[in-house]
Write a protein that binds this ligand. Structure first.
Ligand SMILES: Cc1cc2nc3c(=O)[nH]c(=O)nc-3n(C[C@H](O)[C@H](O)[C@H](O)COP(=O)(O)O)c2cc1C
Length: 219
């Protein structure tokens, strides 16, 4: 039964990915325009507003995201632009290859990790001065209805007590479901929004409207 459901999902995903291909738009930061595998270990390019082309950067908002194939990256960049936030890419210490991402293979890396409750894939680099952020958007692709385990690694690496976390995800078709709720124990002291699935083909304007839902104090 699981295989049949996944075959349907896979078909939807192929269509979705094809539709999204090449739609990446770079933001102001060098980090987010470079391929993940080549990015620097300490990845917080906009942390110093003086280095930032966008002088309106709001110092207390961070968009932290993981993206294996680029869809979530595009949305994260739009969010960062709209919220005038800093942006941080969660880069796996060991990059995911195409074979790792093969959801049709029960023995692929992603299959194995997602089936292992204790899996915490290592991250290359850290967020400098996490204490400065009050609001953190966290973005990820849906993998079998859940957030990739590397998101748990990220959350467990920092103290989010008193901070607001706003989850967002992209997917072939699955909703955000319980993927964000299931991460809450990894950042227990935070105030969590429910979060949303954002369509990979969303425009910058679509995402700006979504960001407006939140009272970020950036106006
Ligand atoms: C291992 C794996 C599992 C996936 N599982 C689902 C799923 O359960 N539901 C779904 O709608 N899409 C699923 N997808 C598709 C991704 O969620 C979708 O393509 C997403 O936008 C990818 O984001 P990214 O380009 O930022 O990595 C899966 C993709 C991979 C690689």
């Amino acid at each position: 039964m699981k295989k049949i459901i996944f075959a349907v999902l896979a078909a939807v995903m192929v269509i979705s990915l094809a539709a999204c291909g090449g739609s990446k738009t770079s933001t102001k930061t060098e980090q987010t325009t470079a391929p993940a595998a080549t990015q620097s270990a300490t990845a917080e390019p906009t942390a110093d507003a003086s280095d930032n082309e966008n002088s309106g950067t709001t110092d207390n908002i961070l968009v932290a995201y993981f993206s294996a194939t680029g869809n979530t990256r595009t949305i994260a960049e739009y969010i960062a632009d709209s919220a005038k936030a800093n942006i941080y890419e969660i880069v796996p210490e060991i990059p995911y290859t195409d074979e790792d991402l093969n959801y049709g293979n029960d023995d692929s890396r992603t299959s194995t990790e997602q089936n292992d409750p204790s899996a915490r894939p290592a991250i290359s680099g850290t967020v400098e001065n996490m204490e400065r952020y009050d609001v953190i958007f966290i973005g990820y692709p849906i993998w079998w209805g859940e957030a990739p385990k590397i998101m748990y690694t990220f959350l467990e690496n920092y103290d989010f007590t008193g901070k607001t976390i706003i989850p967002f995800c992209t997917s072939g078709s699955s909703p955000i479901g319980t993927s964000a709720i299931n991460m809450k124990p990894s950042a227990p002291g935070a105030d969590w929004y429910d979060g949303d699935r954002l369509d990979s083909s969303s425009t910058r304007e679509d995402i700006a409207s979504w960001v407006e839902k939140f009272d970020l104090g950036t106006e």
